[in-house]
Design a protein around this ligand. Structure first.
Ligand code: ADP
Length: 326
């Protein structure tokens, strides 16, 4: 017995490449099971304003390869308030919606959790964030694309750094999580990687740069997560310039290019699989869980446990960075 008949899907909070692939999977899997599927524009804001429309297979044609989200995304203050959520509920009810798929980060999950506890509309979350900092899943939609964008950009920076014998300090996204920095730094052969999860002794970094200078190794890349303890690449550069004014030091902040672009194969794959699993979860009567992939298996995690998680980053990675950059 199907537990739902009319489901809605929305994208909320920070955007991430692959969200479109997830929307496509929800719509087409829903249609396959004979459900009516509705799209909600601009995340929770569209629930409040009633910006809701029916979707069919055709509505999601030609989007699997597109970055951004056709449903748009937004942050919505009113959804923090019970009155706002009630208005949202009433709008969904006008369409007979009895199940909701929320693609977003942990903020969006907090909203979904409150909503599903207050009203009779079950909610399923899909982790859409470039930071890969959500507990209960090995993958988040958008991380692989963001990290590959960073790698491509850093490779280009290395070329120019090499031509001029420069030190480049490159800032990548990651306010609370250093995964983009760690993965892109290792993949581009960075000399140092600074992330929020790990304390860095700036004197060690400078001592190593001085040692490199003594052996005429002039090209160095330092990859910094925006949320590192020093406050980003400009601050790290200030420390380095103070101690090593002779070095030709440049800063490059990659910024929003990391959010855009065509999703990689991995992001399309996990978004498709998670979107498909979300509809299954609603049909089976699940509520208030996030769909994750752990050890290549779909896993449900209660939304209140699928929070931003500082994961332990194995110290061995930093040994590898040091050895391989020597
Ligand atoms: P992300 O989902 O990327 O973490 P945000 O933290 O901005 O992004 O959350 C997206 C939206 O989810 C918010 O604008 C708000 O509408 C809703 N939301 C976030 N936290 C809560 C909360 N504690 N209660 C109710 N709604 C919330």
């Amino acid at each position: 017995m199907k537990k739902v008949n009319n489901i809605a899907v929305l994208t909320s909070g920070g955007d991430a490449p692959g969200m479109n692939a997830a929307v496509r999977a929800v719509v087409r899997t829903g249609n396959y099971h004979g459900l009516n599927v509705y799209g909600v524009m601009y995340g929770y804001r569209g629930m409040l304003t009633g910006d809701i429309f029916p979707m069919e297979s055709k509505s999601v044609a030609n989007i699997i390869q597109r970055g951004g989200t056709i449903l748009k995304t937004a942050r919505c203050k009113e959804f923090y308030e019970a009155a706002g959520r009630k208005k949202a509920y009433e709008n969904l009810k006008k369409f007979g919606i009895d199940g909701l798929v929320v693609i977003g980060g942990d903020g969006s999950f907090k909203g979904a959790q409150k909503f599903s506890q207050e009203f009779d509309i079950p909610c399923i979350g899909l982790p859409g964030t470039i930071d890969k900092d959500i507990a209960g899943t090995d993958f988040t939609i958008g991380f692989d694309t963001a990290v590959n964008t960073a790698v491509e950009a850093i490779d280009k920076i290395r070329d120019t750094a090499d031509a001029h014998d420069r030190l480049f300090i490159i800032e990548v996204m990651g306010r609370d999580a250093g995964y983009i920095a760690l993965h892109s730094g290792i993949a581009t052969g960075a000399e140092h990687i600074l992330i929020p999860e790990r304390k860095t002794d700036i004197d060690d970094v400078i001592d190593q740069l001085l040692a490199n200078e003594r052996r005429s190794k002039m090209v160095n890349l330092i990859v910094v997560a925006e949320g590192d303890e020093f406050g980003g690449a400009n601050e790290v550069a200030r420390h380095v310039k103070e101690r090593m004014p002779q070095l030709d030091t440049r800063v490059c902040i990659l910024g929003h290019i990391q959010r855009g672009g065509s999703p990689t194969c991995i992001d399309r794959l996990i978004a498709s699989r998670m979107g498909y699993a979300a509809v299954d979860a609603l049909i089976e009567g699940n509520n208030n869980v996030m769909i994750g992939i752990v050890n290549n298996k779909i896993q449900y995690t209660p939304l209140d446990k699928a929070v931003k998680a500082k994961q332990k980053i194995d110290a061995e990675w930093f040994k590898i960075v040091k050895i391989l950059a020597s």
